[in-house]
Design a protein around this ligand. Structure first.
Ligand SMILES: Nc1ncnc2c1ncn2[C@@H]1O[C@H](COP(=O)(O)OP(=O)(O)O)[C@@H](O)[C@H]1O
Ligand SMILES: [Mg+2]
Length: 303
């Protein structure tokens, strides 16, 4: 449903996205994760037809986005990082506005609005002005407005940014339901617990996708370089570890350190070089995976 083939986007000299290749199947929830400035929004905007790639091909639902923009727009929903809601209009009025914008027939519209309000449990709030909604409810309203024309492919740019954890979980329940009905979803997020919920995640850094796989596969692939170090003096242990060859990073986590080694580095060598620090195997979370991968990438770029 989504195909990026060697896509590069430059802004002047800056390569916001560099040689990105990716395929996403129907019904998949794919997460784009990466620090600010990684190129997530630029990627989503190219997919939504709001920005041309400098090089490469962008296809959505079997159509080349640049050549079939109108047909593509009918089949996709794009929820921008700052989605435009009208604060003085109610929930219902905002949805009416967006259905007019998409030229949706009144009978279809009324049916869809009722269905979405029910699905998002927003029916009791339908007469409330958007400005008076909580962050989570605002995002649900933006999502509903994006769904009114029944898109097959959904692009969501950090849809839960700043939303409390319970409401984020709510939001994800809705995404699962949509994917189960066959919708293809590409969502960017800065939250790693959300990345964990995706079928696959792509980690972007400085315009490049540095890894792409299921959360479980990423974790098992990195398990051999993630360790736990305990010490009475964490600051000193950290300083020693960072000075040892083969150590990418040592991050305080509670009363211990999470330590990430370079590929091929031997744990005993690091323990010796760090002067009596003991490393124990760590079952990595996605957060560990991402820090290790980004540090590895930074190290390669610097070399
Ligand atoms: N319209 C633009 N003009 C110039 N630079 C841009 C533009 N849009 C994005 N960039 C730059 O491209 C890089 C990637 O940005 P973006 O795609 O917004 O990253 P992310 O969404 O991952 O934070 C950043 O360095 C950003 O400043
Ligand atoms: Mg962004």
């Amino acid at each position: 449903m989504i195909v990026l083939g060697n896509v590069t986007r430059r802004f002047g000299k800056l390569e916001a996205v560099r040689d990105l290749t990716l395929e996403i199947r129907q019904g998949e929830i794919f997460g784009l994760v990466g620090p600010d400035g990684a190129g997530k929004t630029t990627t989503l905007r190219m997919l939504a037809g709001l920005l041309d790639p400098t090089e490469g091909t962008v296809r959505v639902a079997g159509l080349d986005v640049g050549r079939n923009l109108d047909a593509v727009k009918d089949r996709i929903g794009y929820m921008a990082q700052k989605f435009g809601l009208y604060g003085d209009l109610t929930v219902e009025e905002n949805m009416l506005f967006y259905s007019d914008l998409f030229g949706i027939e009144a009978s279809t519209r009324d049916r869809m609005m009722a269905e979405f309000l029910e699905m998002t449990r927003m029916t009791p709030f339908r007469h409330r002005p958007a400005a008076q909604l909580s962050g989570g409810m605002k995002q649900k309203l933006a999502l509903m407005s994006t769904l009114l024309h029944r898109p097959e492919v959904l692009f969501l740019d950090e849809p839960t940014n700043g939303v409390d954890p319970l409401s984020r979980r709510d939001f994800w329940e809705i995404l699962y339901r949509l994917a189960k009905e066959g919708m293809t979803i590409l969502v960017s997020t800065a939250y790693l617990d959300e990345a964990e919920r995706c079928n696959r995640v792509g980690l972007m850094n400085k315009g490049r996708m540095i890894e792409c796989d299921s959360p479980a596969a990423l974790k098992s692939r990195l398990a051999s370089v993630c360790f736990l170090a305990e010490s009475g003096d964490l600051r000193q242990a950290r300083r020693r570890l960072l000075a040892a060859p083969g150590v990418l990073e040592a991050v305080p986590a509670g009363s211990a350190l999470h330590v990430y080694l370079e590929e091929g580095a031997r744990r005993e060598d690091v323990e010796r070089a760090a002067g009596g620090v003991t490393l124990r195997p760590l079952e990595p979370a996605l957060e560990d995976v991402f820090i290790a991968l980004i540090r590895r990438e930074d190290r390669r770029a610097a070399a």
